[in-house]
Design a protein around this ligand. Sequence first.
Ligand SMILES: *Cc1c(COP(=O)(O)O)cnc(C)c1O
Length: 225
Amino acid sequence: MGLDQNLNSFKDKLSGYDCQLIAVSKTYPADTVLEAYGAGQKVFGENKVQELVEKYDVLPKDIEWHLIGHLQTNKVKYIAPFVHLIHSVDSFKLLQEINKQGLKNQRVISCLLQIHICSEETKFGLTFDEAEEILKSESIKDFKNIKIIGFMGMATNTEDLTIIRKEFRSLKEFLTKCKSLYHTSNVDLHELSMGMSGDFEIALEEGSTMVRVGSAIFGKRDYQK
Ligand SMILES: *Cc1c(COP(=O)(O)O)cnc(C)c1O
C-alpha cells in the first residue's frame, strides 16, 4: 500500500471520534513528509528539536508542527517562532522559558502538560500532583505568552490492554477534574494527547482528542530514535 492509502485507511479509523491525527514523522525523511502533505496531511509531530527545525526549514510553511518529545529549556528558542503545540511540558521552568520565548516572538504558544501515567520509570512527565501545583500556581497567570490546553500521556508498553486502558482512563478523569477547577485566561483544558500506533484504539475509546501515530502510517522505522 502507498502512503496515501495508509493515511486514508488510518483516517477511516478515526471517523466517528472527535480526534485529530498527529502524523509522527521522526526518522522519516522530509520527502516522505512532503508525500503525506500531498495526500492531505497537514499536521506532523517530531520528538527532536533539531530534526523538527530541519524539516520546518525545507517544507511548506502551512504545515502545523507539534513537538512531542522531551524538550530542554535551552532549545525552546529554536522552535518558538513557529511551533504549533508543545505536547511535552514537564516542568515549571520549561513553561517559564516557553513563555519568555513566546514573548520574544510575539506569539502565544500552546502547550500540553505531559503526565506520567505509565508504570515505567524511564519516561518523562509530571505526576498528577505536580501538574496541579503548576495549574494552581499564582505566577502562571502572568505567563501571557503560553496557553495550557490539555494533557499528554504515554501508556505502559505492555500486551496487557487492561493496564493501558486504566492508564488512559486515569488521564481522562484527571482532565475532567482539572477542567472544572482551573480555568483562567491562559489555562483552558480540553485536549488529550494519547495513543500511538500500538494503542490508539484504546486511546480513542478512552477519549483521546489527538493520537500521535508514526509507524502505522509511514511503516517501520529503520532505526529507533
Ligand atoms: C515516536 C513517538 C510516537 C509515535 O510512535 P509510533 O509507534 O511510531 O506510532 C508517539 N509519541 C511519542 C512521544 C513518540 O516519541
